[in-house]
Design a binder for this molecule. Structure first.
Ligand code: HXC
Length: 520
């Protein structure tokens, strides 16, 4: 019997290096070239783009499926089609998973998904954000229910992490079937223009319903931004998605027990006279609320979230003297800024994210009311509008309200009013805090008087003017301490900076309970 030659350490190291390099090739050069042809990066290139140089520590490189049926017995799936790792972003720890489409279409088998769940568990234990880069044909069909079970583990961990560490999904390729539910369970979804996301694809839809639609029109980035509200940011390509992810994280704490990072600031809060001229005095005229936001925050730097969804409500992150804030604002240039179902859902979700992660809320108000209409009523504006009341009332972070112009009726209450727990309520001299607009109020209260008047039009104008001068201003509300101060618009930044300073140590404890019941 011949004796096997004893291996030396250099042999073992060489073999290890070769094995590692082979696995890191993923599905091989041909598939990688196809990936690049489609304008997509590889799983590892994406990780490199998101994280700090040389910070990546991969784990699970040698993980492998254990399926023996459907031709899988001898099928090697490098890293089982997903790269999982710890790394840093701007020096802060994160955990990541990145699906490798070159390996069986990035399909998620049992081990693949358990690797992702492992990365999530590490994120949870270490209080670090979790980033999941999706590029996958969904559950690995050959693995049957084992792959479904794997997905179940991912979903379960998404929920465990929710509200403890920020979770960000990047959709960089197909994200089909139940796979789309993991992103939906995360806090922010960034989709590239090369990616499509859907539960059932165009072919299935055509078979079942007869409807014909392209994959792009069904689940492309524009469709999800404008219609479904599933995604939060659109990226032109993978590199842009990585950049957006890093920028987004810069506003966020690593976990719910930490404060958001405070950036160095020169502390400049000098008056900005441009703010005195942004809002038209004519209440019927629109303007872009983003001008007010940009003129108020540090360096005009505003990361708008869900910019193309419910455009009547603007939300996003900014900083004031280096402190992260979540901004919520009515947008008078779209639907006059009226709150509809989608606007309420969009704002409520954003408010709850900020509250979970200790980010103060700054709310700019210019709202004529909730949007009237049968579609809104039957669509559930009562249930969905109530989400906004719930989200603001339940939020315990510092809450600052700035009323710019209209603040009418239920929408006044809903937009972070004093009665929903606002800590600081400021109003511009143009503010009209009232139960409704003067025109509407006069129609209700003085209809008879106007009908009986000799000159109906003149009497109507007179009554409107009378109502406006009595009620449509900030001073009635200030008199009832529903507004703390009426300020010059140019000084808004200084007032906000001070409010954030004195509210920094805010503590607001609520009765213990399992959880509240936001109207779903
Ligand atoms: C196994 C898969 C796969 C999958 C793709 N592949 N999806 N293998 N399971 N789910 C394999 C393909 O067989 C192919 O292998 C390789 O990945 C590349 O796929 P292509 O089809 O050549 O690529 P492309 O033309 O770019 O099309 C990509 C695609 C398409 C649109 C994603 O592959 C597709 O429609 N896949 C199925 C999508 C789907 O129905 N998923 C739902 C699964 S059920 P070879 O070796 O030929 O190159 C599900 C339920 C989960 O997800 C529920 C959780 C609760």
């Amino acid at each position: 019997m011949s004796k096997a030659k004893a291996k030396s350490m250099p042999d073992l190291v060489d073999a290890l290096r070769k094995k590692r390099a082979d696995i890191q090739q993923g599905g091989g050069p041909e598939r990688l070239a196809k990936q690049h042809e489609q304008g997509k990066l590889s799983a590892r290139e994406r990780l490199a783009a998101v994280t700090d140089p040389h910070s990546l520590e991969e784990f699970g490189l040698f993980a492998q499926h254990r399926q023996t049926q459907f031709g899988m017995a001898n099928k090697v799936c490098p890293a089982d089609g997903v790269v999982t790792a710890a790394a840093t972003i701007e020096g802060r720890l994160v955990h990541l998973a990145s699906q490798d489409f070159t390996v069986l279409g990035g399909s998620a088998g049992e081990v693949h998904s358990l690797k992702v769940a492992d990365a999530m568990a590490r994120a949870l234990k270490t209080g670090s954000p979790f980033i999941f880069i999706n590029d996958s044909g969904g559950a690995r069909v050959q693995e049957g229910i084992d792959s479904l079970s794997g997905y179940g583990q991912v979903f379960f961990h998404n929920v465990l992490l929710s509200g403890v560490v920020p979770q960000i999904s990047l959709i960089c390729g197909p994200c089909a079937g139940g796979a789309a539910y993991s992103p939906a369970l995360t806090d922010f979804v960034i989709q590239t223009r090369q990616a499509q996301m859907f539960i059932t694809g165009p072919q299935v839809i055509q078979q079942v319903t007869g409807e014909q639609i392209s994959a792009e029109a069904l689940g492309g980035a524009d469709a999800h931004m404008a219609h479904s509200g599933v995604i939060h940011l659109i990226a032109e390509n993978d590199l842009h998605a990585a950049e957006l992810c890093r920028r987004l994280l810069s506003f966020l704490p690593a976990n719910n027990l930490e404060e958001p990072p405070r950036l160095p600031s020169d502390g400049n809060v000098d008056p900005n006279p441009a703010l005195n001229d942004v809002v038209p005095l004519d209440p019927k005229k629109g303007y872009d609320i983003r001008d007010v936001i940009q003129l108020t925050v540090d360096n005009g730097d505003f990361l708008e979230i869900q910019a193309g969804y419910a455009r009547n409500m603007v939300v996003g992150f900014a900083r004031i003297i280096g402190r992260s804030v979540g901004v919520i604002a009515n947008q008078p240039s779209y639907l006059s800024g009226a709150i509809d179902i989608d606007a309420s859902i969009k704002a409520s979700r954003f408010i709850r994210f900020c509250n979970a992660f200790n980010i103060p809320l700054v709310t700019f108000v210019d709202v004529p009311g909730f949007l009237p209409g049968v579609q809104q009523e039957h669509g559930g504006i009562i249930r969905n509008g109530a989400k906004l009341l719930f989200a603001y009332s339940a939020a315990t972070v510092p809450k600052i309200q700035v009323i710019l112009r209209k603040s009418y009726g239920g929408a006044h209450v809903a937009m972070c009013s004093r009665d929903l727990g606002a800590d600081c309520c400021l109003a511009w001299p143009t503010a009209e805090v009232a139960v409704m607009g003067a025109e509407g109020a006069v129609e209700i209260v003085f209809r008879k008087e106007m009908q009986e008047a000799e000159n109906k039009a003149a009497r109507r104008s007179e009554l409107i003017e009378d109502y406006r001068s009595t009620f449509s201003n900030p001073f009635v509300a200030a008199g009832r301490r529903l507004v703390d101060d009426v300020i010059e618009p140019a000084d808004t930044r200084r007032h906000l900076a001070r409010a954030l300073e004195y509210l920094h140590r805010k503590r607001d404890t609520r009765p213990p309970k399992k959880h509240g019941l936001i109207p779903m």
